[in-house]
Write a protein of this length. Structure first.
Length: 241
């Protein structure tokens, strides 16, 4: 779900078992699913990034999906842009956008569209990458426009007319590895343009498993309280009634 010229979409629909996608799905469910319980109709933006939102179908009666990348929506999704959602006003009880809004410029347009299609009392669930200091060639390759703090994410969502219910970091357990990797990327500057489908780093199976298990340590904390740092920001917000 990108507005960046030349960027086609997420690689996750082709590599479902990469540790970050598996861990993110679990952490998103742990941190945000309570806010969407018993929804009748949900909309998943960026549905090509499927591994992150599969759990929504377990808590919502019906789930619609939309993505600018036709390779990820299958036969039941709608090909469209977050900047102009092809749905009527006040249609959905839940809208999810997991690593989507950072692709949209200006973000205010995408968030206004989210607010428009939400019913009064409806809930918006969002995940975005954390910390502008972590900007690297990875962000360029993925067609990002910005990274966030919890305060930055909350302010953007509030400006669209939604009330923030929760804003927390995630992936704190692997954060030292993330910070070191981003520092290395900034020093080497290996890529300067967006790719059609960005590359997933090659990780040995044993390390892939270890990182998945390590990330689950976040879940024990997220069930009780917010995390003070991490490589992602998770947010839940409600449209006023």
């Amino acid at each position: 779900m990108s507005s960046a010229t030349g960027h086609g979409g997420s690689p996750s629909h082709a590599v479902h078992d990469y540790w970050w996608y598996v861990a993110r799905s679990h952490l998103l469910e742990t941190a945000l699913s309570r806010y969407a319980a018993n929804a009748r109709l949900a909309l998943d933006l960026g549905s090509a990034d499927g591994p992150s939102a599969g759990w929504i179908s377990d808590i919502a009666t019906n789930v619609a999906s939309v993505d600018i990348d036709p390779r990820g929506i299958g036969t039941t999704g709608v090909c469209g842009s977050a900047m102009a959602l092809p749905f009527d006003d006040e249609t959905f009880d839940v809208v999810s956008a997991f690593d989507v809004i950072e692709h949209c410029e200006p973000e205010s347009v995408a968030l206004a569209e989210v607010s428009r299609v939400l019913r009064p009392g409806g809930v918006f669930l969002m995940a975005v990458p954390a910390y502008q200091w972590a900007w690297s060639d990875h962000d360029v390759a993925n067609g990002h426009h910005r990274r966030y703090t919890t305060a930055r994410a909350s302010a953007s969502v509030t400006a669209s007319g939604l009330e923030v219910l929760r804003s927390t970091y995630a992936f704190a357990s692997v954060f030292p590895l993330f910070a070191a990797e981003r520092l290395a990327r900034r020093m080497t500057g290996r890529r300067t343009e967006a790719q059609d489908i960005a590359e997933i780093p090659s990780v040995p199976p044993s390390l892939n498993t270890a990182l998945t298990k390590l990330s689950r340590l976040d879940s024990a904390v997220l069930r009780r309280r917010d995390l003070p740092f991490g490589s992602s920001v998770f947010l839940a917000a409600r449209k006023p009634t």
